[in-house]
Design a protein. Structure first.
Length: 56
């Protein structure tokens, strides 16, 4: 039953199958850089808030 339903809807061959995306070293490097920048920004923001509290 599922074979006939699938065959009825497939007029074209499967040329546009989704291919699995692979992580390249460059892609991993970009992810690490973005994560590191977010951590540094959070630490700088936290330190700025501490300095402002001491002045008051």
């Amino acid at each position: 039953m599922s074979d006939s339903a699938a065959a009825a809807g497939d007029d074209k061959p499967d040329t546009k199958e989704k291919k699995a995306t692979r992580l390249t070293p460059a892609g991993v490097g970009v992810g690490v850089a973005i994560g590191s920048a977010a951590i540094v920004a959070a630490l700088l923001y936290a330190n700025r808030a501490k300095k402002n509290d001491k002045k008051a």
